[in-house]
Structures are given as C-alpha cells and as structure tokens.
Design a protein around this ligand. Structure first.
Ligand SMILES: [Zn+2]
Ligand SMILES: [Zn+2]
Length: 326
C-alpha cells in the first residue's frame, strides 16, 4: 500500500462536482465505477481479486480501456508508466511506427487527487490516446486508464471520463453496473454469472454460501399487458422458483407497489447443497428472501433474490440501493 511518490495517504476529498450531463452511462465492476457518454457500451469486463479490466466502446471509433492491479509493496507510479509505455513502444516498432509520448500534457492538470500521484499522458502511433496512471493509497489499486481513438478523433471527452473514475467503492459497498442494471453488494461478493441483453440483464453474485441474484427486464408495459407483475414473474421463473417453498406479501419499495418473497429451499434443494459441502467447504444458506417490483418511471421490472441466513438483513440493504429510477 506504500508508494515512493505522492504525499498524504489519507483518502481525501475527491473534488467531486456534478458530472457533465453527457456522461450518462454508468459502468461498475468489482469496485471500479466510471461514466461514459450516451451510447457507449461495455464490451469486456474481467478480473476479480487483485486485477481487473474494463473496455467500453463508443458508437464511433473511440473507446476507453481501464486496467488495474493491486501490487504488493512499494509502488512507483512513474516506473509503472514507463513499463507500460515500453510495451506500447515494442508493439509500435513491430508495425514500423514510432510512438510519440507526452507526459503531463497541457490541459490535463488536476485530473485526479494529488494523493493518488497521478501522471496524465498522451501517445500517438497508428492510433492515439489520452490517459492517466495513478495509485490509490486507500485501496492499493494501481490504475491505467486511457481513451483511445483514430488519429483525427476528438478526444476532449477523455478529461471528464478519466476524472470521473472511482477505483474503489464507498463504505465497503461495491457497485456492479452493466447495460443499465446497477446493484450494490457488500465487499466480498464476486460475480458468478451475468446475462447481458438489451431487454434483459441478470447478475448472480456469491460470497461463501450467500447468493444474490438481480434481474431487470425492459419494456415492462408491453410484457405485462396490463396484468400483474407477480403472475408474470412466477410464470416466467417457474423453474427457478420451484426450488423454494415461499410465501408472497405485498409491500412498498422505493415508492412502488412491490412483492416480498420469503421462504426456504425445498428438501431436495437443501440436500443438493449439502452434498456440495465437502467440495466447497462452505456451509450453505437455506433461507431465501426477495423483492419483485415494476418501476413505472423507467418501464422496467426488477427482481432481487437473496439466499442468506435466516436473520440476515442483506436483502433490505441491497434493495435500498437499487436506483431503479432517477
Ligand atoms: Zn482507491
Ligand atoms: Zn423505480
């Protein structure tokens, strides 16, 4: 967590102002969050634990790449940048191009808090990029982020994108956000599976025996055709729900009429989980709680299902943090 440059290690104020209205797309992966312009979409997310990678492409020839790692021991940001640029130089040389690099270029000052020891840079070869490297003393992440485009692209948006990247979550909550589905989960949950389609997104996260599943469907009015969201959901998810014995109560969530599911695994599902204990060495959670609601403002249907211990308040905390509408 130490580094040789930079000063204070405290997680100081981040100079957070309102984001430019143009940066409307939220991408969140394993603690890192960023905003890109409308119509940009994440095409690659990977990594867990100490490393990660996110790539978001624009509708034109521009894209954003963010790589991070959590190096052990002393971190030297200028040296890390040099190592990275050396790799780029080798690639450029192979295609007989020269890599023209400028560090701390005009117009890219004060991009990140000083205590992150940031170094802004640009490079130009067959393509060009505006980037920044920094190390966060709070989370220990060393981040390289750059907006890449063709040589005649306007990369002026890079400044706000790079300045808006948060490389760690707040208060031990991690934001996961792709294709419009945004949920926050406590630190330690990892993404096990994701479904990302235009009208339908799903995240499955796990931490030990606890499981958290979030679903979001678009075009709700059309799907429901005036019918009940509960009937629609129970018909649609019949197979997945058949593993639980549960009851449903009506309630209110974020101003919406909502359904609360409370139950537990059926005996055969519990046996399946117990059979896996020797392999996973994790005691399973047999209790289930969930929320289902139709967000009229955004015309989406949301479902949250949590498998947890009987007294856990995980579902309530997660549900309170789902930004289904503005
Ligand atoms: Zn950090
Ligand atoms: Zn809503």
């Amino acid at each position: 967590m130490r580094r040789t440059t930079g000063t204070a290690e405290k997680d100081g104020t981040r100079g957070e102002g309102p984001l430019p209205a143009a940066l409307s797309v939220l991408v969140g992966w394993n603690g890192l969050t960023l905003h890109t312009p409308d119509e940009w979409s994440p095409v690659a997310v990977s990594g867990e634990g100490r490393q990660g990678y996110v790539k978001v492409v624009g509708p034109d020839t521009r894209h954003l790449e963010v790589k991070w790692e959590q190096p052990k021991g002393v971190v030297n940001v200028p040296q890390a940048l040099e190592r990275y640029l050396d790799r780029l130089r080798k690639t450029a040389r192979r295609s007989r191009m020269e890599l023209v690099v400028r560090t701390k270029p005009a117009g890219l000052g004060r991009l990140r808090p000083d205590d992150q020891a940031p170094i802004a840079y640009t490079w130009e070869a067959a393509q060009k990029a505006v980037g920044c490297i920094w190390h966060c003393g709070h989370c220990g992440r060393l981040v390289i982020a750059e907006v890449v485009g063709e040589r005649d692209d306007d990369l002026s948006i890079a400044r706000s994108i790079l300045a808006g990247i948060r490389e760690h979550g707040e208060d031990d909550w991690i934001t996961w956000s792709l294709y419009g589905l945004t949920i926050s989960a406590p630190v330690g949950f990892t993404m096990e599976k994701q479904v990302l389609m235009t009208g339908r997104q799903q995240f499955q996260l796990r931490k030990g025996g606890a499981r958290l599943q979030a679903d979001r469907w678009g075009l709700a009015e059309l799907a429901l055709r005036g019918g009940s969201v509960r009937e629609w959901y129970e018909a649609r998810e019949r197979a997945a729900l058949s593993r639980y014995a549960y009851r449903v109560e009506e309630t209110v969530l974020r101003g919406h009429r909502a359904f609360r599911l409370v139950g537990r695994d059926r005996w055969w599902q519990a046996l399946l989980k117990l059979a896996r204990v020797p392999a996973t060495l994790t005691w399973p959670c047999f209790f289930m709680q969930g929320y289902l609601w139709h967000c009229e403002a955004s015309n989406r249907i949301y479902a949250l299902i949590v498998e947890q211990s009987r007294r856990s308040t995980l579902l309530e905390s997660v549900a309170a943090r789902v930004p289904c509408h503005a």
